[in-house]
Design a protein around this ligand. Structure first.
Ligand code: F6P
Length: 359
């Protein structure tokens, strides 16, 4: 019998609980193993005593549809340079490794994005821990997998927002700007923009001019269309390349800024009445979409199977409708941006959606 740990690391999203549920069903139900849910990512292993709960099948009842993560998570504090309460920075990696051994774990499943996974792998290498990874990020920028947990639900939420904005935009003859998440990549923007019938989609991968955006809005007005919907990814900069994301007290970049910049520019240049919606963390909360539940469940089951086969240091990925395991270093080395010549960009152009450039 094995004893395995599971943790969720980095920003939360819909589908994490569905993956935890699947891991428990497969590990406890099929293999008869013990599963420990580690609290708040590596912070739970760092704590003394380590913070973890035994997960039985009845403990994961109802989790399929629950947003967030029952284990808690954090995207703060690199354990190799951990900020201590007294203001000093310490390497806490050995504390985490000790926590893993203290729990008596044979293996650990880490659910996270590329940043979290790089840290977990480094810990695994250093401490000889048996790690298996599940990709999670609403940004969907982990290159080896077509889908990561969180993306589909985020796109659904952004699409629903566009559906709603459509009616209020038409009622008031306004230009509605929807700013969506995506720290570096524009995947949510391009997918939701197509699904939600946007007139303009701006992503960081495609340079744009405000003039071209205004031209599209004016052209629509001349055709008798009194409103326009603009989707912009938070990672888009001003047309001169300035980052206008707001900054929090810790000095970290946050979403919010580019939507208002566009609204002001459009209003100033063509006198259109504009309103901005910054969707923010709404995209990360709530009920996972059906596809999310399917992917998360498939990943959870496959991750446990990798442990059963002692195939450690691998990440489960979604490729061509099936789960494929890939060595973690290879998985995190491949970042995926929106391909400016890819299918979705071609689709958007084919639908007459303005991408802010001169095509
Ligand atoms: O990477 C996921 C993500 O949701 C990004 O889309 C967003 O920029 C960032 O995390 C927000 O992070 P936080 O929850 O720390 O504000």
């Amino acid at each position: 019998m094995k004893r395995i740990g599971i943790l969720t690391s980095g920003g939360d999203c819909a589908g994490l609980n569905a993956a935890i549920r699947a891991v428990v069903h497969r590990a406890v139900g099929t293999y008869g193993w013990e599963v420990f849910g580690i609290r708040q990512a590596t912070l739970g292993l760092m704590a003394q005593p380590p913070q973890a709960i035994a997960l039985e099948i009845d403990k994961v009842d109802g989790l399929l549809v629950a947003g967030g993560t029952i284990l808690g998570t954090t995207n703060k504090g690199d354990p190799f340079a951990f900020p201590m309460p007294d203001g000093t920075i310490r390497d806490r990696s050995e504390d985490i490794i000790a926590g893993y051994h203290q729990l008596g774990l044979d293996a650990m499943i880490g659910i996270g994005g590329d940043g979290s996974m790089a840290i977990l792998r480094r810990l695994a290498q250093q401490g000889n821990l048996n790690l298996v990874a599940i990709p999670k990020t609403i940004d969907n920028d982990v290159g080896v997998t077509e889908l990561s947990i969180g993306f589909d639900t985020a796109v659904s939420i952004a699409t629903e927002a566009l559906d709603r904005l459509h009616f209020t935009a038409a009622s008031h003859s306004r230009v509605m700007i929807l700013e969506v998440m995506g720290r570096d990549a524009g995947h949510i923007a391009i997918s939701a923009g197509i699904a939600g019938g946007a007139d303009v989609i701006l992503v960081p991968e495609i340079p744009y001019t405000v003039e071209r955006v205004c031209y599209t809005i004016k052209e629509r007005q001349e055709q008798g269309k009194n409103y326009s919907l603009v989707v912009v990814s938070e990672a888009v900069r001003t047309e001169t390349g300035v980052c206008v994301m707001s900054t929090d007290r810790l000095g970290q970049c946050r979403y919010g800024g580019i939507g208002q910049y566009l609204a002001d520019e459009i209003c100033t240049r063509i006198g259109a009445e504009t309103r901005v919606t910054v969707l923010g963390h709404v995209q990360r909360g709530g009920t996972p979409s059906p596809l999310e539940r399917v992917i998360a469940s498939a990943f959870g089951v496959a991750a446990v199977d990798l442990i059963a086969e002692a195939q450690y240091d691998h990440m489960v990925t979604w490729q061509k409708r099936q789960v494929v395991s890939v060595p973690i270093p290879e998985a995190i080395a491949q970042y995926r941006a929106v391909n400016p010549h890819g299918t979705l960009v071609k689709t958007a152009r084919g639908l007459g959606i303005c991408l802010g450039d001169e095509h």
